[in-house]
Design a protein around this ligand. Sequence first.
Ligand code: NAP
Length: 296
Amino acid sequence: MDIGFIGLGSMGHAMASNLLQAGFKLRVWNRSPDKAQALERQGATRVDHPADVAQPGGVVITMVADDAALREVVLGEHGIGQRLGAGAIHLSMSTIAPQTTRELAALHAARETHYVAAPVFGRPDAAAARKLFVLCAGPQQARRAVQPALEAMGQRVFDLGDDPVTANVVKLSGNFMILGVIEALAEAMALGERHGVARQSMVDVLTQSIFPAPIFVNYGAQIAAHAYQPARFKLSLGLKDADLVLAAARQVAVPMPLAQLMQGRLLSATAHGRGDLDWTAAALGVSEDAGLKPGA
Ligand code: NAP
């Protein structure tokens, strides 16, 4: 299968590489063209505009940063929107607002193009190791058609039915829960540190007893060591997700006080110039509030 791929950032690059390894032919586009070089050596064809990755009736995957970037590569002057046409599939894998999915799905439908949402859980190392969890929703025939490509990028594809919005809502809920875990870990470690308990001991005991899940183990190790570089998931993107969660909650009148707290935490981190650190750097604010000097 020939596939167009747009967005070769930390996640997209690894995912595109796995598609090539699985034997798919790729036409790739990235805003900063240099990021395509390694993939060209793997056999991908680099093109000059987003629209050029699309073939009428073909499949295009997008893995760009946010809703604005997605709108740009779909609806912008050189976007894929006009090019895809009847029977084509837009496989949209970014973490975006349910509302954006609704709008793009309707615009595509008017041209008989199918929109499948397939956001993922897993960081760039998981993407490289083909260990992503993919949340897939959209028209059934289109879902089936993209299944082999999704399997080439992830360890498991969750089928969430015909309405693409479902996948975005589940994805945002997962990221909201991770934010809660970051805050809980950071607060527990600040409490321990103030009482003379080593941060790593706290994590070791908690993750080897009642909290063995990978999120606690992996994020716990990072927060214990205050190790926030290089960013696996940028704090600026985490703030984008907190904003998306709250916007989705507002739409249906669901109060989410924990999401509000985390939005404030991430905003404060942004104001401290931490937007390019890993989103676990939200924990620095917790330590500072407790009068601790992280890394001192
Ligand atoms: P990233 O490394 O920052 O890459 C972002 C990508 O979007 C780059 O290719 C960037 O192009 C492109 N982009 C940004 N603004 C654009 C615009 N206006 N027009 C066209 N392209 C634009 O981010 P990432 O970590 O790969 O994340 C990509 C998506 O996956 C996001 O929606 C994120 O929330 C989601 N996600 C990330 C993770 C993770 O752990 N990192 C996990 C699951 C889901 P340039 O190269 O030119 O900047």
